[in-house]
Design a protein. Structure first.
Length: 151
């Protein structure tokens, strides 16, 4: 028997079990894929190998999905997400500005409420002071009226 040549997956390449790959490609078994792995025409990792502690061969997901797509067995993958457009950036900036403006208004409203409470406390204090003065005047008037006048 010759040496087994396994093409190592690319760094960060997604892997899938060989049974799932066979099912995706419409194979009855996994023999054909394992043969391709051993000859190096399919990237993957052998069982209990580096990066694969399991008992099953793992194959390159991108390779299998591309082959399945070429055979018409799977819908094309969704398009890659598009980078943010200028309009998206504008929306984010406006949302940030709105958030900052709302926070500034909330801070201003809180300051006004605090000032209003302070003024109300001052007025309450002034009213209490005037009530005490009025009570004192009322007592002095009552005292003046209560003293008998001399003819």
């Amino acid at each position: 028997m010759g040496a087994v040549v396994v093409a190592v997956p690319l760094p960060g390449e997604a892997l899938m079990p060989v049974t799932d790959a066979a099912r995706l490609l419409g194979h009855e078994g996994t023999g054909a894929l394992r043969k391709r792995l051993r000859t190096g025409t399919l990237r993957g990792v052998g069982p209990r190998g580096d990066g694969n502690p399991g008992r099953e061969w793992m194959v390159s997901r991108p390779q299998i999905e591309a082959e399945a797509q070429n055979r018409g067995r799977v819908a094309p993958p969704p398009p890659e997400p598009v980078e943010e457009t200028l309009a998206d950036l504008r929306v984010e900036m406006l949302q940030g500005a709105l958030g900052a403006a709302q926070q500034a208004r909330l801070d201003q409203a809180e300051a006004l409420v605090a000032e209003l409470r302070a003024r109300l406390a001052e007025k309450d204090g002034r009213i209490a002071q005037l009530e005490r003065q009025l009570a004192g005047l009322a007592r002095s008037v009552a005292d003046v009226l209560a003293t008998p006048s001399t003819p």
